[in-house]
Design a protein. Sequence first.
Length: 431
Amino acid sequence: MFIKKEKISTEKKQVIEEFRQHVSSGKAAFFEKYQMQFVAGDRSGCWLEDMDGQQQLFNLHCNGGVFNLGHRNPQIMRTLQTALTEVDIGNHHLMSQYRARLATDLCHSMPEPLNAVIFGVSGGEAVDVAIKVACGASGRKKIVSVFGGYHGHTGLSVQAGDEKYRAPFHLGHTNFQQVNFNDLTAMDRALDKDTAAVILETIPATLGMIMPEEDYLTTIRKWCDERDIVLILDEVQTGWGRTGKLWAFEHYHVVPDIVVLGKGMSGGIYPMSATVISDKLNQLFVQEPFSHISTFGGSELGCVVSSEVLKISASEDFLNHVNLLAEQFRQQLSNVYQKPMTGFQQKGLMMALELNSDIAGPVLTKTAYDQGLLMIYANNRPSAVQFLPPLIMQAEQIPALIERLIKALKKAKKLIPLINLKDKVKHRFSF
Ligand SMILES: Cc1ncc(COP(=O)(O)O)c(C=O)c1O
C-alpha cells in the first residue's frame, strides 16, 4: 500500500456519502482510491482549505484560469455586492446598458475588426456559438481543429476537441477534422473548399502548453484569408492576462475573426463567457437578430463583474506584475530540474512542467497534493503537469512553492517505479 489513509470527520464523511449517492459515485470512488478526498471549505487568495481544516492547497491549477484573480477576490466581491443592490440577471431579449458597456470595453481591448460580442455562460457554449457563426456566415460545414485540443463538452465544442471526449458518447465526427498542432503541412491539406473554420487554442492547455512555433499562426491566418475561412482562437484559458498580455494572440501577430472567452471572465465569482466576432461575421445577425439566444448569457450581474475583471486584467500594473512573476518562475524553476522533471513550457504564467514519462504526471499530481499543491497533469499529454498560479500571487511566495515542489518531485521519483502502470492508465484523472 503506497497511499496513506486520510483522516475524515463525521461531517465530511456525510458530505462524501451524499456526493457518492447523488452526484457521482465514480468520482467519489476515484478520490477515495487515491486518498485525495478534498472537499473545499474556506478559500481565499491563492489558498483552498478542506472543510475539515486538515489540508490546505495552494491553487496551481486555478480551474484553468477561473481563479486568475484568486479565490473570493475582495474587489470582485464588493463589485458583485454593490451590483446586487441595483440589478438582477436582466432580460436577455431587451437592450441592456451593462451588456453594452462590457461589450464596448471588450471590443476596445481588441484590434479591429473584432467589434461585436455574443455573451454566454460557459466556454463550451461560447465555442458552440463561434462554430455556428462560422458555418452560418460561410455556408460551409467543415471545421478543422487539432488532436489533443479541448474546447468543452457541449454539442459542437466537444466535436472540435480530441476524439477521447467524443468516444464515451458515441459522437462520430463527420464535419470535424483534426490535425497535429504546429504541423503546417497537415493544416494546409485540411483547409479545403468545404472548410468553414479553423479553431485552435492559442496555446493548447490540455495538450500541456505546447507553444505555437514561429509563423504557425500567421501562416494559418494567411491561408484563412486566401481561402475565405474563419479563424477562431479559443482564449478560454489563455485570456485575461494569463500569458502576460491581455489576450495571448497579441504575442503572435495575428488577429482572429473570432475570439472565445470564458473562465477568468467570471472573476471566480459569476459564470460568464463571450464570443467576440468581426464586423463581417456580425452581418449574420442583421437580418436575424434573434437567431441565437441564451437566457443567462450576459446576465447583468455577470456583466458588472466581468467589467471589473477586465478593468483589473487590462491594467499595465497588473500585466507588469504577471510578467515579473513569470520571470521569477523562469529563474527559479530552471534550478529545479531533477527527475522526473526535465523542463518546462512557459508563456507568462501559462506554464507546464515537462516530466520524463506519461505516468509521472498523474503521480506528481498526487505527490504535489500531499505537499499542499493543487496541480493537475495535462489530460491529453500526461507527461506535462499544468502549472497555473493565480495571477495575483506575490513573488515572495515562490520560494516556498518551489520547496514543496522539490519534495513532491522526490516523492514521485520514488513512487513511479512502484506503480502498476496498467492500473494507473485505467484510472486517469479527467479534468
Ligand atoms: C480552452 C478551453 N476552451 C473551452 C473550455 C470549455 O469551457 P467550459 O468548461 O466553461 O464549458 C475549456 C474548459 O476547460 C477550455 O480549457
